[in-house]
Design a protein around this ligand. Structure first.
Ligand code: FEO
Length: 169
């Protein structure tokens, strides 16, 4: 593999594991507030992020690269309101989208069509990630200030179940 593309993918393993850690932190925050549905939503999200990390690891391995794991940073978002994690979540996903785009650009530059095809799944996934995060903010703005509305949102998020990623390597 091109050294730069491999390096960026290796770094992405760490970024995705950090995402899992960040969402786990959100889950802990909501559990403490008694919102088990929101806590569940982010617990499932954390599992998905771990899957993303594993996909990058597997891709590197299939291509004969040795991955190197780095330390995962401590989630340091200061959450004070029920809205805070949702806003941090959208910001974070926009950042992850920029990282995926950077890897894509690096692959494009060296005509690494295989990497681009692999990354296509992540490009699409990021649209979904940003849309989900944005929807959660909108719903919280609309219904979050009313206790019945909040209860109903929490019930909706309690129903989220983990499914394995559609991309299989
Ligand atoms: Fe791995 Fe939420 O993107």
């Amino acid at each position: 593999m091109n050294a730069n593309v491999a390096k960026l993918m290796n770094e992405q393993i760490n970024k995705e594991l950090y995402s899992a850690y960040l969402y786990l932190d959100f889950s802990i925050f909501y559990e403490q507030q008694g919102l088990d549905g929101f806590a569940n939503w982010y617990m499932v999200q954390a599992q998905e992020e771990r899957d993303h990390a594993m996909l990058f690891l597997k891709y590197l391995q299939l291509n004969g690269e040795k991955a190197e794991l780095d330390a995962v940073g401590k989630p340091d978002k200061e959450m004070k309101t029920l809205m805070d994690p949702l806003k941090f979540g959208l910001e974070h996903e926009q950042y992850v989208t920029s990282l995926i785009n950077d890897i894509y650009a690096a692959a494009y530059e060296v005509k690494d069509f295989r990497a681009m095809q692999f990354l296509d799944w992540f490009v699409k996934e990021q649209l979904e990630e940003e849309k989900n995060a944005d929807d959660m903010i909108k719903k919280m703005e609309l219904f979050g200030n009313d206790s019945k509305g909040l209860y109903s949102l929490d019930s909706e998020y309690a129903a989220r179940v983990y499914t394995a990623p559609s991309l299989v390597l």
